[in-house]
Design a protein around this ligand. Structure first.
Ligand code: ATP
Length: 629
């Protein structure tokens, strides 16, 4: 079935919102439209070169890949043209009319209407084709996919207000031509000098020639010819000391579509058994879909400067999925396919080499530029925490890079490293103590910390979701065991003085009856009841087995529909607390049982757990409060 001659279509809602955002928040950076369009044009040429490896006819006798920029100062237009892969009708509709990235809706809902803030948000999304509308009030895109008949070109046109039109047209040459009809106030952009300087500023490093027409006057005759404006060589192949920081940054923006600078990069040439070049960047800001299962972007794989694919799975592990960059191999065959990537020794060793480079870059930054590192950590720390569970061979090195909040700093900022912690350990302290909770406040106010505070022992306060998984996979660091203060029996005996130990013994002796009585009352609900050596000001707390999942996590997973084995907790009580003294004096069995239940339930609540009978708890609490009056 052939498509109708011309039809009008609506943008997906998300596109409309994004267009609006782009137009209103990026006008102070309007020049980037050219970088984005040239970047897309260069990508399209890269894609063609790759497809043509197995099918030379796609070149249609024109293998001189290039991008051309023209302007017309009377018609107020700028044209960007490439002889790359082009698009068919369906591709135009799905690439230009819709946004397929999951999470887009949620992202757009976060927009505030405050242009400054929103301009930052757009960086998380990545600017692209739509940036054309920062300077144009109408855009006409004409394209033909390489290899399809000339009469199957497609013309797309839009004013960004009322959807877009699609039309089948004849296009002699393959590739894409984009005409920007400039807004009145932007007409000054249709100027030879300005365009040349924008191209040099933003697209110098594009590994493809970007050309503009040059008019020459000779003996009264005017002639025009195409002139290459940019350096047009692969930046990553140049030697490091020749490349300026600005060039690295512009190249980063080309490959990432980010409009903010990268935070840092690592550029390496590897020779020997394998030969490859890698240029790996850390972005300054997390993209909005960092936590989506399927990643859109990753590392661009090249083979001898020929772009092969943008790969988000094989060249970086998941915990480094934020890394952007290029790996250019001299060993892989040009016709490498996705299937080959899955089990390929060359890919594997380039991957492990690159992981080492990224970890090394982070290590240096953490040491030499702690403020930069803190910026990195804020954006990507939670992702890096997936590392110890995912990458066994680099576990120790990743662990060194981790940062936590701690009782030492009294702030929710994650700034304390395991090495810092160890350097502050008390005489006789053998373990690294931590607590996990579902918020920083819950962690820092946990009754489990009381004894540690009293003894001045530092405890790491972990409250990211991923922390529970992290502590499941990271059991020790530098020979020191990581120990949850809320799990298992607590043994601080090496840190206790003789007097402490005497005192504990005495309390245990004295409260034997009370403990047994509570145990009898709660026997169906708890594994055990014992005297606590962790508490100084709270009456009770819950202690889990060493391998049990924290209560708040169990609750979360239950909510998500997971079956959780029901494990009974251990209840620890503080006989020095006035509540316990009151219980001891209680003669009414029923009332004693109520006290005991409240003691257990409040400990569960303090732990972020869920009560089986919350109404019962409230009822008992009220009854006891009234009885106190
Ligand atoms: N000049 C072009 N030639 C061929 N296809 C193009 C061209 N410009 C854009 N496209 C297609 O439209 C898609 C969307 O472009 P856009 O710039 O909005 O997003 P993008 O951030 O570049 O996405 P990606 O990084 O996946 O290319 C591109 O991925 C590409 O498939």
């Amino acid at each position: 079935m052939s498509a109708p001659a011309k039809e009008n279509l609506q943008f997906q809602t998300e596109v409309n919102q994004l267009l609006h955002l782009m137009i209103h928040s990026l006008y102070s950076n309007k020049e980037i439209f050219l970088r984005e369009l040239i970047s897309n044009a260069a990508d399209a040429c890269d894609k063609l070169r790759f497809e043509a490896i197995g099918n030379d006819s796609l070149y249609e006798n024109d293998s001189d890949l290039r991008v051309e920029v023209e302007f017309d100062s009377t018609a107020h237009t700028i044209t960007i043209r490439d002889n790359g892969i082009g698009m068919n009708r369906d591709e135009v509709v799905s690439n230009i009319g819709t946004i397929a990235r999951s999470g887009t809706k949620d992202f757009l809902q976060k927009l505030t209407g405050d242009q400054k803030k929103d301009a930052h948000l757009i960086g998380q999304f990545g600017v692209g084709f739509y940036s054309a509308f920062i300077v144009a009030d109408k855009v006409t895109l004409t394209t033909r996919r390489a290899g399809v008949p000339k009469d199957q070109g497609v013309r797309w046109e839009s004013d960004a207000q009322s959807g877009y039109s699609l039309e089948t047209v004849t296009k002699e040459t393959r590739g894409t031509e984009i005409i920007l009809h400039l807004k009145e106030e932007e007409q000054g952009l249709a100027n030879d000098w300005r365009l040349r300087s924008i191209i040099r500023k933003y697209s110098d490093h594009i590994p493809l020639p970007v050309k503009m027409l040059k008019t020459a006057e000779e003996e009264g005759q005017t002639s025009t010819e195409w002139e290459v404006i940019n350096k047009a060589n692969a930046l990553w192949r140049r030697s490091k000391n020749e490349i300026k920081d600005e060039e690295y940054q512009e190249f980063y923006k080309h490959i990432s579509h980010d409009w903010e600078d990268a935070l840092a990069w690592s550029h390496n040439r590897v020779e020997g058994n394998l030969e490859y070049t890698s240029l790996l960047y850390l972005p300054s800001r997390a993209p909005f879909d960092l936590y989506e299962q399927k990643q859109q972007h990753g590392i661009k794989l090249y083979v001898q400067r020929v772009f092969i694919m943008d790969d988000a799975e094989h060249l970086m592990p998941r915990y480094l999925r934020f890394v952007r960059g290029v790996i250019d191999s001299s060993d892989l065959p040009l016709n490498v396919s996705r299937e080959i990537l899955q089990s390929n020794k060359i890919i594997d060793s380039m991957k492990s080499g690159s992981v080492k480079k990224v970890l090394g870059l982070l290590e240096t930054m953490a040491k030499d530029e702690p403020e930069q590192y803190q910026k990195f950590w804020k954006e990507f720390g939670r992702v890096l925490k997936e590392g110890p569970g995912e990458d066994f061979s680099n576990r120790e090195q990743i662990a060194k890079l981790l940062r936590f909040a701690s009782t030492q700093t009294d702030s929710a900022d994650q700034t304390v490293s395991l090495e810092d912690y160890i350097s502050r350990m008390k005489e006789g302290q053998e373990k690294i103590y931590y607590i996990t909770a579902d918020s920083h406040t819950a962690a820092k106010n946990s009754p489990h910390l009381e004894i540690f505070r009293k003894k001045g022992i530092e405890v790491l306060l972990l409250s990211d979701r991923v922390d529970e998984w992290l502590t499941n996979s990271l059991h020790e660091f530098a020979g020191k065991q990581l120990q949850s203060v809320a799990k298992g029996a607590l043994d601080l005996s090496k840190l206790d003085s003789e007097a402490d130990k005497e005192e504990q013994k005495k309390v245990e002796e004295q409260s034997k009856n009370l403990i047994n009585q509570i145990k009898d009352t709660l026997k169906d609900k708890v594994e055990d009841v014992r005297v606590s050596h962790r508490l100084t000001s709270s009456p009770s707390c819950i202690v889990l087995n060493e391998h049990d999942m924290a209560l708040y996590m169990q609750h979360l997973l239950k909510q998500a529909g997971h079956e959780m084995p029901s494990t009974k907790p251990v209840l620890e009580v503080n006989p020095n607390h006035p509540l316990l003294a009151r219980m001891e004096a209680e003669t009414d069995d029923e009332r004693f049982a109520e006290w005991a239940s409240v003691l257990l339930d409040q400990a569960i609540l303090a732990e972020g757990g869920q009560l089986e009978d919350p109404a019962g708890f409230v009822h008992r609490l009220n009854k006891l409060m009234l009885a106190m009056g």
